[in-house]
Design a protein. Structure first.
Length: 353
């Protein structure tokens, strides 16, 4: 007896829309179980984790700030994933954009940040197109190169000479800091820019020939070739768009909430954005909502650390659980589980005379 996955004849559109909600609900249930295991009242723990960060104006602003890089990076990743190209190194492109844009002033910083992400994303794209190297491995390994490069710069050539030997650059001047949207708040121009980019992405993917070409090449490569669409060109374009948005997210983060370059400028946004992209069904509007959900997990993790004395790693555990449930739901949308029974037949043994 064994379990097998049998492909469904038709994919349910309703389940494709509902499955992210099912994944979130299962994640909440799992969170309650984990809280009970560590001796925390599940109801109180879930309130601290998921509800309390939504109860004040300050926390709502922090939610928008946390969601901004996630939404930007995930929107770029969705272009790659729709083209059946797997960019796993958005974290490195995020850092590259922050480094290239971090030594100039606005608005050139934003342009250089996007260029930095594009150039860094171009490396795995060219390796895939020219040599057939796996973009999954090359883009992922380049993350560590970018992290070590940033660490070298802030501890060496770019270190603040008056920073008491801390590994950090000087604090950005006013001309290099994103302006606030409201006088007394924390929301900056990058939040509004993210909303604009989500709208432009909807137009690009849904109403332009290039967006249609990317989707066709991703879902039906052979049909795309018959239509004259170039696989190689679309791989490069998808990586450039993805890298540009990741680099833009990086420079927005350091020119906004952080205000300087540090050895670590990301709690893993580039990797969490992969969850955001799939939870949002690779659709910019869905990604916008999913980005808010994952940003809530960061704020909830910090609140649980303070109020319940739980490790901050709990947030990463729940993010991983959420990705597992999203992928599991997607698998069950495409396949059904069948139980196969082994049938044994007696073999005729030749008689030796």
């Amino acid at each position: 007896m064994r379990l097998e996955l049998e492909r469904r004849a038709e994919r349910s559109r309703l389940m494709a829309l509902v499955s992210p909600l099912i994944a979130v609900a299962l994640t909440v249930v799992t969170a309650a179980i984990l809280l009970a295991i560590v001796g925390v009242d599940p109801a109180h723990g879930l309130y601290i984790y998921f509800i309390e960060p939504l109860t004040t104006g300050w926390s709502l602003q922090e939610l928008a700030l946390k969601a901004t890089p996630l939404i930007l990076i995930a929107t770029g990743l969705s272009v790659c994933f729709l083209a059946n190209t797997w960019n796993i190194g958005a974290e490195g492109q995020y850092i590259a954009g922050a480094m290239l844009g971090g030594w100039w002033v606005l608005p050139a910083m934003l342009a250089l940040g996007a260029v930095g992400g594009m150039l860094y994303a171009l490396i795995p794209a060219l390796l895939r197109v020219l040599f057939g190297a796996s973009e999954i491995l090359t883009s992922l390994m380049l993350v560590y190169v970018a992290q070590l490069g940033l660490d070298f710069l802030v501890r060496g050539p770019w270190r603040d000479p008056h920073g008491f030997n801390f590994p950090q650059t000087v604090t950005f001047e006013n001309a290099a800091v994103l302006p606030l949207l409201f006088g007394g708040g924390r929301l900056h121009l990058g939040v509004a820019l993210t909303v604009v980019i989500v709208g432009l992405s909807l137009v690009f993917l849904g109403f332009t020939l290039r967006g249609f070409e990317l989707r066709v090449v991703g879902t039906a490569p052979r049909a795309g070739r018959f239509a004259g669409f170039s696989d190689r060109r679309n791989i490069v374009i998808a990586f450039l768009v993805s890298g540009a948005l990741a680099g833009l997210a990086g420079i927005i983060e350091v020119a906004g909430p952080i205000g300087q370059l540090l050895p670590s400028i990301s709690p893993g946004y580039g990797f969490t954005a992969i969850i955001v992209a799939f939870l949002g069904r690779l659709n910019p509007l869905g990604i916008f909502v999913a980005g808010l959900v994952l940003a809530l997990s960061y704020l909830g993790g910090e609140a649980a650390q303070i109020a319940l004395h739980l490790p901050l790693d709990l947030a990463q555990v729940l993010q991983g659980v959420l990705l597992f449930y999203v992928l599991a739901c997607d698998t069950l949308i495409l396949y059904r589980i069948r139980l196969r029974l082994f049938h044994f037949r007696a073999r005729m043994v030749p008689r030796v005379s």
